[in-house]
Design a protein. Structure first.
Length: 595
């Protein structure tokens, strides 16, 4: 072992120890390791920031933006709408929603697919009384299984493809992972369909601020347009559009008010409706009912062309100047350039027009305005902004455009017209250009810590290769497995990736283990491809802890899970993937001699 190899190994060992210790954030550990590598001389200064320009980083960032635009479109909800009324018990909910998230994660990044379908799952649980704890973990595992099917489904596939390009001169293609990934995803889905019964049924979900705010009932005012597309409809029909989660509490027609209108009352063009419900249900009602917010004809004034329209929530403080006054009297639009879209008041049923409601301390209001007009308006009115989150009330959606753009990108990659990085970067740009996603939403969709982790760890992992460390470890391992069956070596490298990924993060695992696996294969005289596939599968399948994969972390609070719940369902699934996965890889990627 040379001195530089010793430094590189020491750096990686300390980085792994810091990851396992968990005292510091992954991204902080990664950038400290990068700086230390440059300071020690094992990472050339000119290569220190190469990870930020790497195709892997670009593909992952673009895939996150594309997933966010896909979620914003609502197309998944539209596709699942006919199915949802039939999902009345866990027996039907688990296989249906797990299959849906597995299928979706083959086209978008797996954590994005899970984030799209989680609200649907929680809504179904509320309506049917099902336990989120029996539903969300199978969905998280299904998302990880589906992510193995295509190149862009999960970070390990993307990174392994890059390692292959560096070592063999050609990356894996978009669908090279499909035979193995699809078979494992199908088997895993069958297991989860029945295995979810292992999970405890009475876990209490951990609430958070955003969920508490979303549970508030808001009042907003909408108008039935003169050219209403739904024609002759009743109040009950509008309630049905939001699955009963939003309701009409007042109807104003020709100056006459009808509080609590009868469900059989016909709704006519020109009617003004006061509707109540959670933000998601209101948005569903407004969009599906083709209704219009009464302030839709009051465009937000923009001081600069680069301004964006924002919608945020604020609380009326006890000393606020709006207390005891109405929106009409305050002239919010004329004096401050903001529109009042909705009001929430705990313990009180509002039956007045929105602009005539007299505000009380503690009211939560939803305001619309430009980036420049909202801060001074909040300050002047004495309103306290809540934690920022997206509130959608009847905003314009591109329902099918994101799906068309994503399909175009995947077709271009499949026929090798464009490289993956360019195709998905182009898809992300197209989503923003057509208005499916605003720049602010695109920036929010990019997982900064994950991007920094990957970009910083790429040069660190390359230090192991550039100093010959990967070849050295590969030589040691090849001596162990030289007189053994090649399948044993394949099992071992997959098991090593599975064992490391709960502690290192799957991206870091691949960056460290993949070069070693490929080097071991070459020194055994075998084709590296099956070993790289084994690393990708092993690193993508973290079913044992809530911290190794974002999907597991995402469902921990809403599902009310404990650390011990993950191996309860995850250990048998991990064993299934290990036992079936290695022979499947050897079948589709034969363990033949290196030519």
């Amino acid at each position: 072992m040379t001195f530089d190899q010793g430094l590189a190994f020491g750096l990686v060992a300390l980085t792994i120890a810091a990851f396992i210790w968990g005292r510091f954030r992954y991204d902080v550990v990664a950038i400290c390791a990068l700086f230390a590598g440059v300071a020690l001389g094992v990472i050339p200064a000119k290569q220190a920031f190469s990870g930020f320009a790497n195709d892997v980083t670009v593909i992952i960032a673009a895939a996150l933006v594309v997933s966010a635009a896909f979620a914003r479109s609502g197309i998944v909800e539209v596709a699942l709408r006919p199915l949802i009324p039939h999902l009345k018990s866990e027996r039907s909910q688990v296989p249906a929603l797990t299959a849906a998230v597995t299928l979706l994660s083959t086209a978008t990044k797996n954590v994005g697919a899970l984030a799209i379908l989680m609200p649907v799952a929680l809504q179904i649980c509320r309506r049917t009384g099902s336990s989120p704890g029996r539903l969300l973990m199978p969905m998280a595992f299904g998302a990880m299984l589906g992510g193995m099917v295509t190149l862009v489904g999960t970070a390990p596939n993307i990174i392994v493809s890059q390692v292959r390009e560096e070592m063999l001169g050609k990356p894996f293609g978009m669908y090279d992972y499909t035979p193995v990934g699809l078979a494992l995803a199908s088997l895993g889905l069958v297991f989860l369909t029945f295995g979810y019964r292992i999970l405890p049924k009475n876990r209490v979900p951990a609430g958070n601020i955003e969920e508490a705010l979303a549970a508030n009932a808001y009042i907003t005012e909408v108008e039935v347009p003169e050219d209403w597309a739904l024609g002759r409809s009743r109040v009950a029909d509008l309630h049905a559009l939001a699955q009963g989660e939003a309701r009409v509490i007042m109807l104003l027609r020709e100056g006459r008010r009808r509080a609590r209108p009868h469900p059989n009352l016909n709704v006519l063009p020109g009617d003004v409706l006061l509707v109540e419900g959670e933000p998601q249900a209101l948005d569903e009602l407004i969009n599906r009912g083709k209704l219009r917010l009464t302030r839709a004809d009051r465009p937000v004034a923009m001081d600069e062309p680069t301004d964006e329209v924002r919608v945020l929530e604020a609380v009326v403080g006890a000393e606020s100047v709006v207390v005891g006054r109405s929106a009409q009297r305050l002239d919010l639009y004329g004096q401050h350039g903001v529109n009042l879209l909705a009001v929430s008041r705990a313990g009180y049923s509002i039956k007045q027009n929105l602009n005539r409601i007299r505000f009380k301390a503690g009211d939560v209001v939803v305001l619309q305005g430009s980036e420049r007009s909202l801060p001074p308006a909040l300050s002047a009115l004495g309103l306290l902004p809540l934690v920022e989150r997206e509130v959608r009330l009847g905003g314009f959606r591109h329902t099918f455009v994101p799906a068309i753009i994503l399909a175009a990108a995947m077709i271009l990659v499949a026929f090798q017209v464009l490289p993956v990085a360019i195709a998905f970067f182009g898809a992300a740009v197209a989503m923003i250009a057509v208005g499916s996603l605003r720049m602010r939403e695109a920036y929010a969709a990019i997982d900064g810590p994950l991007i920094v982790l990957i970009a910083a760890m790429i040069p660190v992992s390359e230090a192991i290769q550039s100093t010959g460390g990967a070849e050295l470890i590969g030589g040691w391992l090849s001596s162990v497995f030289r007189n053994q069956a090649p399948m044993l070596a394949l099992f071992s490298i997959m098991a090593a990736a599975m064992a490391a990924t709960p502690f290192l993060n799957n991206a870091a695992t691949v960056l460290i283990v993949a070069p070693v696996g490929a080097s071991m294969a070459r020194q055994l005289g075998l084709n590296p491809d099956p070993f790289l596939m084994a690393v990708a599968v092993g690193a993508a399948c973290d079913f044992l802890t809530p911290i190794g994969h974002q999907c597991n972390t995402l469902v921990m609070g809403p599902g009310g899970y404990r650390f011990s719940d993950y191996p309860r369902l995850g250990a048998p699934l991990t064993l299934l993937v290990l036992i079936i996965g290695a022979p499947l890889i050897a079948w589709f990627w034969p363990l033949r001699a290196l030519s």
